[in-house]
Write a protein that binds this ligand. Sequence first.
Ligand code: SF4
Length: 383
Amino acid sequence: MDFHLLSADPKQVQSPVGTCISCLCILLFNLMAKEIVIRRISKMIQLGSVTVGGSAPIRVQSMTKTDTRNPRATIEQIHELEECGCEIIRCAVPDMEAAQALKVIKKWVRIPLVADIHFDYRLALTALESGVDGLRLNPGNISDPEKVAAVVKAAQERLVPIRIGVNFGSLPKDLNPRLSIPQQMTEAAMRHIRILEDLNFDLIKVSLKAFDVPTTVQAYQEIAGKIPYPLHIGITESGTPRQGMIRSAAGIGILLYQGLGDTLRVSLTGHPRDEVYAAYEILKSLNLREHGPSLVSCPTCGRTEVDLVPLAGAVEQYLTKIKKPLKVAVMGCVVNGPGEARDADIGVACGKGKAVLFKKGQPLRTIEESDILSELMREIDNL
Ligand code: SF4
């Protein structure tokens, strides 16, 4: 498997790992300083206007929860997700009416549209004719090789990538039972990949998802060195937002920190805006992407002398309106508060009934507790 260095700054993307001693020393130093992730080198593919893999930023995607046969509702949801920063959107295509609706949906959305299709090659052909930018389709699930060839030919003509998606819950029955589950998942994916490669098609993305985090991580580790294609990562059916965000953060976080993953979806039983929100928080936590503001707030303790919990909640709510990447700190005391507040673009370190307001590392002024929120909002707006 080949790797790139991935800078904490997403704009400064990878240069190949050097072989000279000084490069290795720099690499080791940076690793020790936890400043970089070494990212697996993958083939770059294009979904509409968005590049996935290679040196492209790790892309955030989601799936609509509306009925695709209702274009108005689906378009409205995609617009909301575009506003949140979603970069690729996928729609389920259960029947021909849904496949035909893609043409209208495609016309009204800006981000690349992926059609999620199982078994029926006619749905794939209609989706391609509707102008979709990607297919999620397992060719091995279409029994007739001529039908597979027709879909692949249509995708090739339009340069539309196909994602092969293997889920633990739907593994073929004839896999070697001596193989571990991650190995079986990899073998299932390789079967689909070979079908596409035999048809000279290489605009491929691959996902191997399970509910279980160790299984998912091992499956991606297993396949990463066997194929050059970009990896779509995620933990499938991870649950409601409360459980699912934590489970996804654990699984996706491990993979990303190991350099695996070119695009990701956080699958939640909830509104897809939460999926996009969670995806960016995971990427931001690993310094892999910048996206909107970050709030640093202390957990509070016996030293806290202001009502910090509602204050932090109100600041967090206010920040949802801000698009710019900035760091805001809301700290409860003068012990740890000033350090974090100084490190932020704007921050407060609170004391008894008062707080010191910091901007870009400099103390600005002391403010009354009742004015903390309004003063913070004013300074955020000024930034
Ligand atoms: S910053 Fe101060 S108040 Fe907040 S948790 Fe730490 S010690 Fe307690």
